[in-house]
Design a protein around this ligand. Structure first.
Ligand SMILES: Cc1ncc(COP(=O)(O)O)c(C=O)c1O
Length: 382
């Protein structure tokens, strides 16, 4: 049997899976893959159990339950002043991952160029390549991983179909400002370039910063797929429920892909999320303080270590520089850290096309105090 050549020859298993596996094998504290070691809100979990018990166990509508889509419309009106139509503009997806894949598949054709910022989340490029698209990766500028606007202006051309914008940014924790989005608006004026906004950490921003959703800017929202994930906001990454907001014409195309990718998303989860969004809307507002306390605790515990860092502006990740500790590559260092020091972290190079000048790794602080203390103790001994 001759199997066909791989469509993604350069791709192996994601770094998240590999590091989590290594952490389990060596019983290391897992600060690699981004998931909390605590549970989501009790009411939310009770509502899921309630709906399963009540028999809400058959297919949900293809676009999502009306209750959840309406709750999301109310949320984005409250948070971003955006009026979106629950019926035509919101689609519930299997996590943000499916929304990203469906959005890219819906609009990227063979030979289209999609601009990404380097480093970036690892699911974008394979989705673009599977659809015959070409990625143009523009390095973010150190030290704060800001966008190089003149490089972006230079990269835009007749084949540019889409730009992917991730704020708050995984893996760096950088957060785009109001001025950034104004710059983007000016740059896109008069073009037909689409945007894909990955905003899964929309409620995890620190030090009084505001999350600048594309939905706040009508001239950007009219060309944008905006993607978010309940996994990040409600500490339920294992449920894989997310959504995509886009203008009706763009949503219609996204739904054509979604209906054959997953068709619809878990009914009891959607009904429970809709109830919870209505019952405890303050959860989202309290999330910045909740995670800022964890960031500050973790960083204060790391103050005595040989790692150097500046505090993350958003997400539940902290980048740390290990150049005072080791000359190894980031992949080797993370392997060593997991197997020898008992703490698993994520190297940055799998998120990059261009090698980074700095020696940086990513640590996840979405963990209980005990976990953070134990991890920091180990990291301070290196
Ligand atoms: C930037 C970013 N986008 C998308 C996702 C995927 O989200 P989900 O688990 O909802 O599919 C993640 C998860 O880590 C992420 O960090």
């Amino acid at each position: 049997m001759l199997y066909p050549a791989s469509k993604l020859p350069a791709l192996g298993t994601t770094i998240f899976t590999r590091m989590s596996q290594l952490a389990a094998e060596h019983e290391a504290i897992n600060l690699s893959q981004g998931f909390p070691d605590f549970d989501g809100p009790q009411l939310l979990r009770e509502r899921v159990a309630h709906y399963i018990g009540q028999g809400a166990n058959q297919y949900a509508p293809m676009t999502g339950t009306p209750q959840l889509r309406q709750a999301i419309a109310a949320k984005v009106a409250r948070c971003y002043g955006a009026e979106v139509c629950a019926e035509q503009e919101i689609t519930i997806t299997c996590g943000a991952t499916e929304a990203l894949f469906a959005a890219i598949s819906a609009v990227v054709r063979s030979g289209d160029e999609v601009i990404l910022f380097d480093p970036c989340y690892d699911s974008y490029q394979p989705a673009i390549e599977l659809n015959g698209g070409v990625t143009i990766r523009l390095p973010l500028l150190l030290p704060d991983f800001s966008i190089d606007w003149s490089a972006l202006r230079g990269a835009i051309g007749p084949r540019t179909r889409m730009i992917i914008v991730n704020t708050p940014h995984n893996p760096t924790g950088a957060v785009l400002s109001d001025e950034d989005l104004q710059q983007l608006s000016v740059l896109l004026q008069g073009t037909n370039i689409l945007l894909l906004g990955d905003e899964v950490y929309e409620h995890i921003v620190f030090d009084g910063l505001l999350h600048q959703s594309l939905l706040r800017f009508p001239e950007l929202a009219e060309r944008a797929f905006v993607v978010s994930s309940f996994g990040k906001t409600y500490h339920t990454t294992g449920w894989k429920v997310g959504y995509c907001i886009a203008p009706p014409a763009m949503s219609a195309e996204l739904r054509k892909v979604h209906q054959y990718l997953t068709f619809s998303i878990s009914t009891p989860m959607q009904l429970a999320l809709a109830d919870y969004l209505q019952a405890e809307p303050e959860h989202d507002q309290q999330l910045p303080a909740f995670y800022q306390q964890k960031r500050d605790l973790f960083n204060s515990l790391l103050a005595d270590s040989r790692f150097s860092f500046s505090a993350s502006a958003g997400t539940y990740f902290q980048l740390v520089d290990y150049s005072a500790i080791s000359e190894r590559s980031d992949i080797d260092f993370c392997h060593w850290l997991t197997t020898q020091a008992g703490v698993a972290a994520i190297p940055l190079s799998p998120f990059c096309e261009q090698p980074l000048e700095a020696k940086l790794i990513r640590l996840c602080f979405a963990k209980n105090t005990d976990t953070l203390q134990d991890a920091a103790q180990r990291l301070c001994q290196i």
